[in-house]
Design a protein around this ligand. Structure first.
Ligand code: SF4
Length: 323
């Protein structure tokens, strides 16, 4: 009777396993850690996709060492090891997204790999000259893990950009959180002109508009100046209007007041205002939506959150509804 003979012990590389079997030394091999690191190893090997095998380093850190400490099993290279049932990764995302990952160390590369394998369009930024992070400083075995991730990123179409320091503005622009809105922060404004409250009051009062229009228009700018002053911890007279001090914003405000006056409208009813989300770029830099001044001016008004990315309520826009 033939008794099958199996070999085990540090057979963590597929090439070891194949060579032992091909040499007819044994009938089979046990591969424990290698399968913790990549449970799909046998399937990938038979499909001649060796490069896609996540290479166990035989380091014992996530598996054996933790077991000796009575802790749940993990793997330093396979984040799903030990939690496969809970963290099962769907093959394809229902909604494909543009994903930006900052930092090309092992975690960043794995995140990029998973996101790309789910069908997302992934970009990976790394500040250094090459991917790998501190893993480049580790044991020579780590080079195999880094090679695995790099192959995966290439095969899955991840755009890798090295020498790329990530600033807030660049991240927001890359992920389209900044929008080229046509509201009061738009680049189409007369950005170079910064008027203060006194400048704008003088402009309005020197015009030949009806006195009621002048009074109401000045009142709108005063409310705005008080809100901005509160946000900036100063007095209204010291506020320099950026976007809303530009000619087009002045025309917007005075034009709206004029229209209300000419149409003899003395009361406006408005439903709760939808607040957008995300960030906008203005002359103060990148600010969250709703903008701080908008929030200040919205105190006492009914609002509701919406999924809309961008600025749905501007300081000047909602001022028309104020008593
Ligand atoms: S922790 Fe190390 S030895 Fe254990 S399975 Fe992962 S890579 Fe292999």
């Amino acid at each position: 009777m033939k008794v099958p003979v199996f070999a085990e012990g540090r057979i963590h590389r597929p090439e070891y396993a194949t060579s032992i079997i091909n040499d007819d030394l044994v009938d089979g091999v046990y591969m424990n850690r290698a399968l913790i690191c990549d449970p799909e190893l046998p399937a990938k090997l038979s499909a001649e996709r060796e490069k896609r095998i996540r290479p166990c380093l035989a380091c014992n850190q996530g598996c054996q060492v933790r077991r000796n400490m009575g802790k749940p099993l993990m793997c330093i290279l396979n984040p799903v090891a030990g939690v496969e049932a809970r963290e099962r990764i769907q093959a394809t995302a229902e909604v494909k997204k543009k994903v930006l990952i900052v930092g090309g160390g092992p975690s960043g590369m794995e995140a990029a790999r998973v996101a790309a394998s789910r069908g997302h369009k992934v970009t990976l930024w790394e500040a250094g000259m090459e991917l790998g992070g501190n893993a480049k400083l580790g044991l020579p075995e780590f080079a195999r893990a880094l090679a695995f991730w790099q192959n995966e990123l290439v095969d899955r179409g991840v755009t890798v950009v090295t020498h790329k320091q990530a600033s807030t503005d660049e991240i927001l622009a890359e992920t389209n959180l900044l929008h080229n809105h046509d509201s009061h922060h738009s680049s189409s404004h007369e950005h170079s002109v910064h008027r203060n409250l006194g400048d704008i009051v003088t402009l309005i009062e020197n015009s030949d508009m009806a006195p009621q229009i002048k009074v109401k228009s000045v009142a709108v700018f005063q409310k705005l100046a008080y809100a901005e002053a509160k946000i900036h911890g100063t007095v209204p007279e010291k506020i320099h209007f950026h976007e809303v001090g530009a000619v087009d914003a002045i025309v917007d405000i005075v034009g709206a007041v004029t229209a209300l006056h000419l149409l003899n409208i003395d009361k406006i009813l408005v439903s709760p205002l939808p607040l957008g989300q995300g960030f906008v770029r203005c002359q103060h830099g990148v600010i969250p939506v709703p903008a701080p001044a908008t929030l200040e001016l919205l105190i006492g008004m009914k609002t509701f959150g919406s999924e809309h990315k961008g600025e749905t309520v501007t300081p000047t826009g909602q001022l028309y509804y104020r008593p």
